[in-house]
Design a protein around this ligand. Structure first.
Ligand SMILES: [Zn+2]
Length: 462
């Protein structure tokens, strides 16, 4: 079964055929580093991490190149630096380090390249110059603007016509724009803001041009896959494509597959500062097992909206309890094979159907618990390999259940469980019940299985 991906531009699920299977390229719009990332920011990171891992499996680890930009030139960064009275670099370094740590907690592999806007300035300026030479951009009052009328396909990605954009444009369109949809490639910096010398005067780039210049410089046109959140389709990706194609001038196209993930909402509400319901990854990974957060992010199909809630986190933790519980009770079973199961792979190949892939992990856990010895060995191998492919089940099962338990408590619980097993073997039910009550008093939950008992700390104690 080939990999099939839903492409926003053609609005269809298509077989994925890379331009060069020896050099598969993917670009995903990355963070603006001025604050901690919230869980909505993490959704594309984890979704495209799954795609990155799948592509590496299909084409080989050394044959997939994944770039994600770091926006380190932005008004929000400038404001934050001014508020704290520190240099801009102190803000960007602090929050880029936090971003790396948080995304690593969620099991996301680092992209092959993470170009920064401040380090891509020469390529950005050169691209704007080419756009001006190609009559796709014009200078006006210290700004350089992209001329949307120079690109007949403008609006094709988002399905909007230029007329609709005029109707949707703000009333106070800047007077130097020839068309209300024209967008900034270069603008003068305000006093005190960072600026760079350029043939158009000192200033700084707009946001959209940053991604196009990085794609050209780090990956080369056309790229195979461009990803990001739904909210980036317009105007960001529409503008990226327009300027990328016009600056190239060879008609090579910009991205062969456009993938967009759905919104993450806080229950029924939008996440927003004004509602006070912004959930930061930095805080979440300290309150719940990060692997459960990763599971929660992949619990809906990536194109669907995801309603984030404490219940989703709890369900995800319970799902992993089930899988790790099966592995713990099967700790004596020798693993046979190191390949993901065929139904698991098929689910991922079908436009990254992670809910279906996760359901297959449960089917494998079921066979691991109840199959014949041969089936159990194969099921264990497939369960571990399938989980590993998308970043799950890498922990020692015992360690998963004892997250938060200290060594003294662990030793005491293990001793009580052994004593309880002995009492049960001797049919001393009163003693067995008393030990169980003692374990409950320690906030320990005992799970009896065919291959013996396992335990975990109750959620309230973790
Ligand atoms: Zn971008």
């Amino acid at each position: 079964m080939p990999l099939r991906l839903h492409d926003t531009l053609t609005r269809a699920k298509r077989d994925f055929v890379p331009a060069d299977p020896a050099r598969v390229t993917m670009y995903v719009c990355g963070p603006t580093v001025y604050n901690y990332a919230h869980i909505g920011n993490a959704r594309p990171v984890v979704v495209f991490d799954v795609l990155f891992r799948l592509l590496r499996r299909l084409y080989g680890e050394g044959h997939v190149i994944y770039a994600a930009n770091v926006t380190d030139v932005d008004d929000k960064i400038n404001r934050k630096a001014a508020e704290e009275g520190v240099p801009i670099g102190a803000i960007t370094e602090r929050y880029l380090a936090a971003y790396h740590a948080d995304m690593a907690s969620l099991g996301a592999l680092r992209p092959t390249f993470e170009p920064r806007a401040t380090q891509t300035m020469a390529a950005i300026i050169a691209m704007i110059e080419r756009l001006v030479r190609a009559d796709a951009a014009y200078a006006a009052q210290g700004h350089v603007l992209f001329d949307t009328q120079a690109y007949p396909d403008y609006g094709r990605l988002s399905g909007r016509s230029l007329d609709e954009m005029i109707a949707g444009a703000r009333v106070d369109v800047a007077p130097y724009k020839r068309h209300p949809a024209d967008f900034v490639l270069w603008k003068p910096s305000k006093s005190g803001e960072p600026e760079w010398e350029s043939p158009f005067g000192p200033g700084r780039p707009g946001w959209h041009i940053e991604c196009s210049a990085m794609i050209e410089e780090t990956l080369g046109l056309p790229i195979d896959i461009h990803g990001g959140g739904n909210d980036l389709i317009f105007p960001h990706h529409e503008n990226e494509m327009a300027q990328g194609v016009c600056a190239d001038g060879h008609g090579r196209g910009y991205a062969n597959y456009w993938l967009h993930n759905g919104f993450l909402n806080m229950g029924a509400e939008k996440m927003s500062k004004s509602l006070g319901n912004v959930a930061l990854v930095h805080d979440l990974v300290r309150a719940a097992p990060p692997e459960a957060l990763r599971w929660a992010l992949l619990s809906s199909h990536y194109r669907q909206p995801l309603a984030w809630s404490d219940a989703v986190i709890a369900q995800s933790k319970a799902a992993l309890d089930t899988l790790y519980g099966a592995l713990l009770r099967a700790r004596e079973v020798e693993v046979e094979g190191e390949e993901p199961s065929a139904p698991f792979l098929d689910a991922l190949l079908d436009d990254l159907n992670t809910p279906k892939a996760n359901a297959e992990l449960f089917a494998l856990a079921g066979r691991l618990e109840t199959g014949s010895p041969g089936e159990r060995a194969r099921a264990k191998g497939e369960l571990l390999a399938s989980g590993a492919l998308i970043g799950f089940l890498g922990a020692e099962p015992q360690a998963w259940f004892q997250g938060g338990a200290d060594a003294d408590l662990t030793a005491r619980v293990e001793a009580l469980i052994a004593e309880r097993a002995a009492a049960r073997a001797a049919k001393d039910w009163a003693r067995a019940d008393a030990i169980r009550a003692e374990l409950t008093g320690l906030d320990v939950e005992v799970m009896d299985g065919a291959a013996g008992a396992t335990w975990k700390l109750k959620a309230s104690a973790a």
